[in-house]
Design a protein around this ligand. Structure first.
Ligand SMILES: [Fe+2]
Ligand SMILES: [Fe+2]
Length: 305
């Protein structure tokens, strides 16, 4: 029964995938990584080895650049996960190729900027890449419903992480700001595709999608568990106000669940209702934690007279 429902969803989504893919192509943004990179600003690392003082920015921002870039590097394994849920004769197959083609530019342009601007240690970055890509760790949602719900959250989260990192770069790093804004723009388009594909799936089988959303939300972690020192970096990134539980609750979960009309959804089975309660419980608990953290921050911040 469960397998039949998933197979049914996959087949019923054919037209929606084709429609959303067409819409994506109509708004295609063609950009060239080489046009945004100021090659003349670079210096050979042989002539001048990397030093932290080459680029003046907080450690939390360096952590965000490191984690965001390594996440983009891990693309082959995300493609593998997407393809594992898609038969060759389904329009999602084609979409996955388009998505992979677009995602592939992100690590290229980020690394060019990182090497020229010297914003993070290139040796630590390459050591991290080797370890992470050898591990090949990515979330592997176990059904199509889980997959599209997860990717909707993840694309939105990635968009926010790139956008907030860009806002923390030094004002005079125009190249870095432009690179991260361009990547965030791509992530926005990917988010919109998966948000609306999930919406179409909710219309087909609301209870199946509600259960998938509850599972993905309660398990959600930013991709990157295979990155050396991931927890340490995640803490620094959150402290810097770039991406943490607060951003997840307010900038990711809130807009996504509102777009899917989780609260107002009709026609749920008993399982679907249970899943919705789980989502509510998760959001309430996460919001309470965020509020506690905020109160603690305010009470420990010295007051100005
Ligand atoms: Fe990306
Ligand atoms: Fe993306």
């Amino acid at each position: 029964m469960a397998i039949e429902r998933h197979e049914n969803l996959l087949q019923e989504l054919r037209d929606d995938v084709a429609r959303l893919y067409d819409r994506h192509l109509e708004n295609e943004r063609t950009w060239y990584p080489h046009e945004q990179i100021e090659w003349g600003e670079g210096t050979s690392f042989r002539d001048r080895p990397w030093a932290k003082s080459d680029y003046d920015v907080a450690d939390g921002v360096r952590s965000a650049i490191y984690v965001n870039l390594l996440t983009e590097d891990n693309l082959p394994y995300y493609t593998q996960t997407l393809m594992s849920h898609t038969p060759a004769d389904h329009p999602l197959h084609d979409w996955n190729h388009q998505w992979t083609m677009e995602e592939n530019r992100h690590s290229m342009i980020m690394r060019d900027w990182v090497h020229i601007s010297r914003c993070i240690d290139p040796t630590v970055l390459e050591d991290g890449r080797r370890v992470q890509m050898h591990r090949g760790e990515v979330p592997t949602p176990d059904s199509l419903a889980d997959l599209i719900a997860y990717v909707a959250f993840q694309e939105r989260a990635t968009q926010i992480a790139h956008r907030n990192t860009g806002a923390k770069l030094p004002k005079d790093d125009k190249m870095g700001r432009s690179v991260l804004a361009t990547i965030a723009g791509d992530e926005t388009k990917h988010y919109i595709f998966y948000r609306d594909l999930s919406l179409a799936a909710f219309a087909i089988d609301p209870s199946l999608m509600m259960a998938a959303t509850a599972r993905q939300l309660t398990r959600f972690a930013m991709p990157g568990t295979g990155i050396p020192g991931f927890t340490r970096h995640a803490v620094r990134i959150a402290r810097e106000g770039i991406y943490g539980l607060g951003q997840f609750v307010n900038d990711v979960v809130e807009p996504v669940t509102t777009a899917w009309n989780i609260e107002g959804m009709k026609g749920l089975s008993a399982d679907g209702e249970r899943a919705r309660d789980q989502i509510r419980g998760f959001v309430d608990a996460a919001t309470a934690t965020v509020n506690r953290m905020l109160e603690k921050q305010t009470s420990t911040t010295p007051r100005l007279a």
